[in-house]
Design a protein around this ligand. Structure first.
Ligand code: NDP
Length: 290
């Protein structure tokens, strides 16, 4: 079994991004500037946003957090989005999801200027992705593709099973894995909560991408020998023995599944760091595309 080390791969990519930013500045270009809008006090969201901002610092990218109270109205948030759309100094921005219940994720996502949508969630960018046109790929699927490339994983003709059909992970990665390119050219089965006999399907997977948010859901008896596993899930469970007060769990029972896998990504240290580095790459692309 070979570990798909997202932490190490992301560190390598960060060095490459830092080098590109240095060159861009030497040529008189501007410093890329990423803004993260954070609404409310969701612990996981605060952790994710802080990690994204720390990554920007590491590669010499400018970053700003805009914090809004969870009582902010939808129209106030849409005004903020409009302000960021019109601010020439800002190359890309994200609105960290989930948003409070009284605000529509959809409306906010659609209000973001597609040229600054470095999360790649705007329908315009999703459409371009579907047509295999250059665009910002959603950060987590983009991170998985980069892991596949860096580890030279064969995808041509393989059966890729995706568990979970969310619009930010499962659906886009199933599209990307079936494209006529590398990574791609897989035969893809997209599964979800209504799938009948899930185990029968996962047992046929050459590549298994799991994003459902249920800790250790995929067990060793559900996979075949030699499978390549990408575990996207992140669930926090309270754990007093940890300094943070919680432990992170993936959607895959790592201990059992690693015995059969040829490659497997751990949680933490797998897909998570790759998601962050993909956001940096998209922001750099947004800056260069100006
Ligand atoms: P969502 O909650 O939006 O979607 C979950 C999906 O899983 C749904 O499509 C659902 O099906 C499906 N599902 C639920 N139960 C089952 C089941 N028993 N069998 C098969 N499918 C099932 O999840 P996200 O994609 O947003 O996130 C998934 C996980 O990934 C979470 O733990 C999240 O924290 C993590 N995540 C990690 C990231 C990273 O950077 N590493 C980035 C984004 C997310 P249905 O559609 O029928 O309801």
């Amino acid at each position: 079994m070979q570990l798909l080390d997202g932490k190490k791969t992301a560190a390598d990519i960060k060095e490459e991004v830092a080098e590109e930013i240095k060159l861009l500045k030497l040529k008189g270009g501007k410093t890329p500037h990423l803004v993260a809008v954070l609404v409310g006090n969701n612990g996981a969201s605060i952790t994710y946003v802080n990690a994204k901002i720390a990554a920007c610092d590491k590669v010499g990218m400018q970053s700003t957090i805009v914090r809004l109270h969870d009582t902010v109205t939808e129209s106030e948030l849409l005004d903020k989005v409009e302000e960021l759309n019109n601010d020439a100094d800002i190359d890309g921005f994200i609105v960290q999801l989930p948003l409070p219940k009284h605000i529509s994720d959809k409306k906010v996502t659609e209000a973001i200027d597609p040229k600054k949508d470095v999360d790649g969630f705007h329908p315009w960018n999703i459409g371009k992705m579907m047509l295999n046109l250059p665009t910002f790929l959603p950060a987590t699927p983009f991170g998985i593709l980069q892991l596949i490339e860096r580890y030279n994983i064969e995808t041509n003709g393989k059966h890729c099973v995706v568990v979970g059909r969310s619009s930010i992970v499962g659906s886009p990665i199933s599209n990307l894995m079936s494209r006529n390119s590398y990574p791609g050219n897989c035969t893809v089965t997209l599964t979800h909560s209504r799938t009948v006999n899930l185990k029968e399907i996962t047992l046929t997977a050459d590549i298994l991408i799991v994003a459902l948010g249920k800790p250790e859901f995929i067990t060793a008896d559900m996979v075949k020998e030699g499978v390549v596993v990408f575990d996207v899930g992140i669930t926090r469970k309270a754990d007093k023995s940890k300094k943070s007060g919680y432990k992170l769990y993936g959607d895959v029972d790592f201990k059992g599944v690693q015995e059969k896998a040829s490659f497997i990504s751990p949680v933490p240290g797998g897909v998570g760091p790759m998601t962050i580095v993909s956001l940096l790459k998209n922001t750099l692309l947004a800056t260069k595309g100006k």
